[in-house]
Write a protein that binds this ligand. Structure first.
Ligand code: ASP
Ligand code: MG
Length: 418
């Protein structure tokens, strides 16, 4: 078995779906994981906000736009104004859910998951129907039934042991060796829909590869492979031919948008190679990520945007580190806030974290627990692995730099956004 993963950008229009079909070709014994088309997940997040704020007009407007967008892709694929019943049924379900749900703040994340999951349900339904129509018989797999996750919404981990028999049974039912399943979603033990974290489809594909003992996983992207930096920010970016799992996990964790950080572990555990390949050209080699590759030689620059710097100090001046670490981190964990960088002094603990809707709530809770908290917004975190003197002077110095942490090989810089 091989696993292919297609992200939202690669299936954002009919040409993308036709291209997916071309890339699959006559490959069988293949499990295809697909994300929501284009910016659908963002639109569904606005549907959720509409529910949250009881803004019916917003909900109606967003769903109407999503209907038109998906209908446009279907019409283009079938070269005719076609209405697919299964797509209509999904929209009807979504509308019924939003209309019939009384919003409860304590269930916000469960509502969110149920709503945003429709992006992947729609994309895989359309793609499965189109592949069949174009002569590639396949089986649509409902990942809500095959991935058993932990009982946690918005950022659930897949319980691999519990999921393995479910997924294997679904695959054993046949499907001409071609399977189409949703990235990003699963089902909790209580039967509700869960999601695995934004951009989580890579992780889905890796878990599928792990469970089915795939020979490889390929992620088809709109770049030629993994670069040492984002070319939009660092103009002299170059492509990397091979990476090992360890470097990749560090890169992903630092914010390189190659692959979701949770993707590597399931692959590493079974030594499954991961190919990052350009969807525009099947002949190009892309980048391969596997265990034995040597460490990379060019410097790698990763910029994580949308950061907030929290500086936490105990009000009674006790040494934060010695006494309060555990309580601070468990409080942050409750609000799903993860520290991307930690810096401490005698009485201060500074944390660089992603901007999120929970930060102000977390700050309130920290204050109630006896801490002073300062928040610096509009920050970014730049990580340079294998830095040179020149890169050091260019990026690690200057008044916009708030924190700089360096080892012999890596420097991490928290700085004010320009
Ligand atoms: N559709 C989801 C998102 O946009 C998952 C993914 O794309 O991987 O976050
Ligand atoms: Mg996406």
């Amino acid at each position: 078995m091989k696993v292919y993963k297609f992200g939202g950008a690669s299936v954002r229009n009919a040409d993308g779906v036709r291209n997916l079909h071309r890339l699959i070709g006559d490959e069988r014994n293949l499990f295809v994981i697909v994300s929501a088309m284009g910016k659908t997940t963002n639109a569904l997040e606005r549907v959720f906000e509409g529910l949250q704020k009881s803004d019916r007009a917003l909900v109606a407007e967003e769903i109407a736009a999503l209907r038109a967008y998906h209908a446009g892709i279907v019409d283009d694929l079938w070269h005719a104004p076609v209405r697919l019943e299964c797509v209509e049924a999904l929209f009807a379900e979504l509308e019924r859910y939003v209309a019939g749900t009384v919003y409860r703040p304590e269930e916000a994340e469960a509502h969110y998951d149920t709503i945003v999951a429709y992006g992947e349900l729609l994309s895989t339904t359309i793609i499965s129907e189109y592949l069949a129509h174009a002569g590639s018989a396949n089986r649509w797999i409902d990942m809500r039934r095959c991935f058993r996750t932990e009982q946690r919404h918005k950022d659930a981990a897949v319980d691999i042991e519990a999921s393995a028999p479910l997924l294997r049974a679904a695959v054993a039912e046949g499907g001409e060796g071609l399977f189409v399943g949703q990235g990003f979603i699963g089902g909790a033990p209580d039967g509700t829909t869960t999601t695995l974290g934004r951009e989580g489809s890579d992780y889905s594909a890796a878990v599928v590869a792990h469970i089915l003992d795939a020979e490889s996983m390929s992620v088809w992207k709109d770049v030629d492979g993994v670069l040492n930096a984002d070319p939009k920010i660092f103009p002299d970016a170059v492509q990397i031919a091979e990476l090992n799992y360890l470097d990749t996990i560090e890169l992903a964790y630092s914010g390189a948008q190659i692959i979701h950080p949770k993707t590597i572990k399931p692959l590493q555990n079974k030594n499954i190679p991961l190919y990052v390949r350009p969807f525009g050209d099947k002949r190009k080699p892309g980048t391969v990520i596997r265990g034995m590759s040597a460490p990379v030689e060019v410097p790698i620059l990763i910029l994580k945007k949308s950061q907030v710097l929290l500086t936490i100090r105990s009000r009674d001046f006790s040494f934060v580190l010695e006494e309060k670490f555990a309580s601070i981190f468990s409080l942050l964990e409750r609000f799903r806030i993860k520290a991307n960088l930690i810096h401490n002094s005698a009485v201060n603990l500074s944390l660089c974290v992603d901007e999120s809707w929970h930060i102000d709530e977390a700050i309130r809770a920290l204050r109630e627990a006896g801490f002073d908290v300062m928040k610096a917004e509009r920050m970014e975190l730049l990580t340079i692995r294998g830095y040179t003197d020149e890169l050091w002077h260019r990026y690690a110095c200057g008044p916009q730099v708030f924190i700089r942490q360096a080892t012999q090989s890596t420097v991490r810089i928290v700085r004010k956004r320009e």
